[in-house]
Design a protein around this ligand. Sequence first.
Ligand SMILES: *[C@@H]1O[C@H](CO)[C@@H](O)[C@H](O)[C@H]1NC(C)=O
Ligand SMILES: *[C@@H]1O[C@H](CO)[C@@H](O)[C@H](O)[C@H]1NC(C)=O
Ligand SMILES: *[C@@H]1O[C@H](CO)[C@@H](O)[C@H](O)[C@H]1NC(C)=O
Ligand SMILES: *[C@@H]1O[C@H](CO)[C@@H](O)[C@H](O)[C@H]1NC(C)=O
Ligand SMILES: *[C@@H]1O[C@H](CO)[C@@H](O)[C@H](O)[C@H]1NC(C)=O
Ligand SMILES: *[C@@H]1O[C@H](CO)[C@@H](O)[C@H](O)[C@H]1NC(C)=O
Ligand SMILES: *[C@@H]1O[C@H](CO)[C@@H](O)[C@H](O)[C@H]1NC(C)=O
Ligand SMILES: *[C@@H]1O[C@H](CO)[C@@H](O)[C@H](O)[C@H]1NC(C)=O
Ligand SMILES: *[C@@H]1O[C@H](CO)[C@@H](O)[C@H](O)[C@H]1NC(C)=O
Ligand SMILES: *[C@@H]1O[C@H](CO)[C@@H](O)[C@H](O)[C@H]1NC(C)=O
Ligand SMILES: *[C@@H]1O[C@H](CO)[C@@H](O)[C@H](O)[C@H]1NC(C)=O
Length: 330
Amino acid sequence: MKHFLLLLCLTVPTIYGSFNVSQICEVLSNGVKFQDPSNCSQWYDCTDGVASQPSSCVNGTYFDKHNQTCVSQSEATCNQDLCTIQTNGFIADPTSCSTYFYCSNGKSNRGVCAKDYNFNPIQQVCSSPLAYECTNNTLDYEQLCLLIPDNIFIADTDDCQGWYTCKKNIPSKGQCPPGYLFDATTAFCNFTDNVNCGNRSTTSITTVQTPKPAGECSTPGTYISDNKTCNGFYYCYDDGNNGSMLLFGECNDEYFFDAAKGGCANRTQVDCTYNRCVGDVQWVSVAHSECKAYHKCANNYTGYCGEDYPYFDENTQQCIKTKIDYPSCV
Ligand SMILES: *[C@@H]1O[C@H](CO)[C@@H](O)[C@H](O)[C@H]1NC(C)=O
Ligand SMILES: *[C@@H]1O[C@H](CO)[C@@H](O)[C@H](O)[C@H]1NC(C)=O
Ligand SMILES: *[C@@H]1O[C@H](CO)[C@@H](O)[C@H](O)[C@H]1NC(C)=O
Ligand SMILES: *[C@@H]1O[C@H](CO)[C@@H](O)[C@H](O)[C@H]1NC(C)=O
Ligand SMILES: *[C@@H]1O[C@H](CO)[C@@H](O)[C@H](O)[C@H]1NC(C)=O
Ligand SMILES: *[C@@H]1O[C@H](CO)[C@@H](O)[C@H](O)[C@H]1NC(C)=O
Ligand SMILES: *[C@@H]1O[C@H](CO)[C@@H](O)[C@H](O)[C@H]1NC(C)=O
Ligand SMILES: *[C@@H]1O[C@H](CO)[C@@H](O)[C@H](O)[C@H]1NC(C)=O
Ligand SMILES: *[C@@H]1O[C@H](CO)[C@@H](O)[C@H](O)[C@H]1NC(C)=O
Ligand SMILES: *[C@@H]1O[C@H](CO)[C@@H](O)[C@H](O)[C@H]1NC(C)=O
Ligand SMILES: *[C@@H]1O[C@H](CO)[C@@H](O)[C@H](O)[C@H]1NC(C)=O
């Protein structure tokens, strides 16, 4: 190691000494409990993104993430030492740019770079910020996974639509379906309007979700009709626990759900017999009317175009001469 001003402290036991507990709760849903990153005998829980005061386990028991309660030390996992993951070599401190750990046969020693230098994990040296940029306190999902149970949804700090779950301590990334954003406090995908993204970046979308018991959809990753409306659908997704969930969604204006395509399609391409007066539309064609009948949404009036201009065109909102053969009305 070159360019170093090493200050190895030989007795720092955990990697999480300065792990920011508030930051952890910002990505976890209400009710999730996690071990105190600096003390296996204490735990926190999260409410609306805020961490509780630490609670204590009695008689030297450890908080166990799987059981979400205190258990005997032999039954609990207390792998707070980063050096249990990488037994030898240098590892960046997840909570600070300027510190790092040196692991030797599984024992960790904390080191500090010279003033204004960042630890550079790629070259394993302390570098000037020009050579290695670093932002303090970025949440490390691999390390978070050591603290919380598998299959708990965790918000992605970089993406308001994204989430992670841990599988055997390894973070696995997922995303809400188009139209939803991930609500960190409820751990559900919800309408964009309902989700406060804070500093998590957003992508453009719309919708709401209704969780249903697992098993109602057989193929995660597919969309099914809500069988009630022309634009409503459910998205079936893997709940991360060998089950599936249904999320309700709505196609944007001008699009209807097409069960055959398994997605949203141009409304005139969809044979939908539910109420077609969905979205900002004044007139709609009547299904199975040979495209000759129209319906006025404002007052439920249904009429026919007449002999001279017999076909109603939902796209242009008028009766025309040219034959129409949209799947929506033939
Ligand atoms: C911990 O994180 C919270 C929320 O992100 C922030 O307000 C606070 O300043 C952080 N504390 C430290 C010591 O970095
Ligand atoms: C860890 O927490 C327990 C329970 O609150 C406490 O008795 C113990 O002193 C703490 N250990 C350290 C090193 O702070
Ligand atoms: C803690 O240990 C003491 C002594 O072994 C025992 O009397 C007490 O019941 C224990 N407390 C709990 C809550 O298990
Ligand atoms: C904790 O959970 C594990 C399975 O996750 C179980 O085998 C064990 O018996 C539980 N321990 C206690 C003390 O409840
Ligand atoms: C990171 O945190 C350390 C310790 O709190 C501080 O000395 C350093 O200036 C911070 N670096 C950046 C880039 O914020
Ligand atoms: C979606 O957000 C709305 C408004 O905040 C809320 O009432 C509703 O419970 C949320 N849905 C879920 C499943 O969290
Ligand atoms: C969002 O980021 C800004 C600047 O980085 C910071 O000042 C603010 O505290 C952050 N807000 C939240 C809710 O994390
Ligand atoms: C709607 O009907 C289709 C075909 O019968 C079915 O496969 C699907 O599960 C139904 N959707 C819902 C939400 O029940
Ligand atoms: C997941 O579901 C399949 C099929 O129902 C079953 O065979 C398997 O044992 C389940 N796995 C777990 C971990 O529950
Ligand atoms: C829907 O299809 C019609 C006819 O093919 C076309 O004129 C119209 O622009 C399409 N609308 C959208 C939103 O793609
Ligand atoms: C149109 O008819 C439907 C069902 O027949 C009814 O639910 C709806 O309220 C009516 N709309 C108006 C504006 O009368």
